[in-house]
Design a protein around this ligand. Structure first.
Ligand SMILES: *Cc1c(COP(=O)(O)O)cnc(C)c1O
Length: 366
């Protein structure tokens, strides 16, 4: 029996009728770009994040760089970002012409090491991007404190953390703005690309919207030279269907994580921690294991697919080699990159599948 890393088909099966109906409705009304479903989703998702504004955009990467652009961050500016994240976080900074300044991650939570941020702040620093990596909220209080002290912005990269909570606050409502991705494999996934910026700052929301639709509020009245990055009607309609289930799916992910934890507790695997004051939404269930590549191969031989998030810290990728940051600069990220292993994780994963995965893992590592 094959156990996939992610089974999008299982989820589709459970909502097929509703999705088809929603999409059919878009075909009938031809509201392909903008329209009622997009408006409804923006309202829906803003409420979900406990913020006043949501602007749907083309994808999560656009959400990030449009936010930076709307904050007037560009050439000559620096933005703090963790070294262990998906490359999009850094790419967004590069896209506006600013410089990413990396920080290592915390050895237990895998999110940005807040103790190392202050030392990386300079005259040029304009913002900190906190990534809620794997669904685990970054430690926002110290980040907000540092940002306030230096008068800089805080952006949450919440692409992996729909519905997560930090000290009772919804992820997305804590920084100056938060950026979400609705890439199909994310906790809330569209059937194509999609993204959103959420914020309580009306001016910022207006500016992101202006930038994302050719600099115009009124058709053909262009206030600035903008871009084109919008959420499709079809994607919004599907996301509106999925919003009905997101809480239920998050709970299923959390249950799966508990079962993994219970079944793997007597092994030498290092399991993810969940701090008492946060709600982790387990976009990924990442363990650390020695000889990871062999373990991954042996699991695959038994039909169990896994992932690696991420094999190379950003500063050591070919893309960012030009920054000249040598190996050894961010020891935690670099050490962990060869040990990280993401086990199958999705709402529809069954108890039986988790038991099989854990049994195989135990056989292999013991
Ligand atoms: C997926 C992801 C993004 C980018 O989202 P896209 O919709 O794929 O552009 C950004 N940051 C993180 C942490 C992500 O996981």
């Amino acid at each position: 029996m094959t156990i996939p890393f992610l089974d999008l088909k299982a989820q589709y099966k459970s909502i097929k009728g509703e999705v088809k109906e929603a999409v059919e409705q878009i075909f009938e009304t031809c509201a392909f770009v903008g329209g009622k479903e997009v408006e409804a989703f923006e309202k829906n998702f803003a409420d979900y994040c406990n913020v006043s504004y949501c602007v749907g955009v083309g994808n999560g990467t656009d959400a990030l760089w449009l936010t930076l652009k709307a904050m007037d961050i560009g050439p000559g500016d620096e933005v703090i970002v963790p070294a262990n994240t998906f490359i999009a976080t850094a790419e967004a900074i590069s896209a506006v012409g600013a410089q990413p300044v990396f920080v290592d991650h915390d050895k237990d939570t895998y999110t940005i090491n807040t103790g190392e941020i202050s030392a990386r702040i300079s005259e040029k620093t304009k913002a900190i991007i906190a990534v809620h990596l794997y669904g685990q909220p970054a430690d926002m209080d110290p980040i907000l404190e540092i940002a306030a002290k230096h008068g800089i912005k805080v952006i949450e990269d919440a692409a992996q953390a729909h519905g997560a909570e930090y000290k009772g606050r919804r992820i997305g409502s804590i920084g100056d703005a938060a950026c979400f991705s609705f890439y199909p494999g994310k906790n809330l996934g569209a059937y194509g690309d999609g993204g959103a910026v959420v914020t309580n700052d009306q001016k910022l929301a207006d500016q992101v919207r202006l930038l994302s639709q050719h600099g115009s509020k009124v058709k053909y009245s262009h206030e600035i030279a903008g871009y084109n990055s919008r959420l499709d009607g079809i994607q919004a309609a599907i996301l509106n269907v999925k919003m009905k289930y997101i809480e239920q799916w998050t709970e299923a992910r959390r249950k799966n994580a508990s079962l993994y934890r219970e079944l793997l507790k007597d092994t030498n695997l290092i399991l993810p921690i969940e701090k008492e004051d946060v709600k982790h939404v387990y976009h990924l269930f990442v363990v650390r294991v020695k000889d990871r590549d062999t373990v991954q191969r042996l699991l695959l031989e038994r039909g169990i697919q896994t992932g690696i998030h991420y094999p190379t810290p950003i500063h050591l990728t070919e893309a960012y080699k030009g920054l000249g940051i040598s190996a050894g600069t961010f020891p935690i990220s670099e050490e962990y990159a060869s040990d990280l292993l993401s086990l199958p994780m999705f709402a529809e994963l069954t108890k039986k599948q988790i038991k099989e995965i854990c049994k195989a893992l135990k056989d292999i590592v013991n």
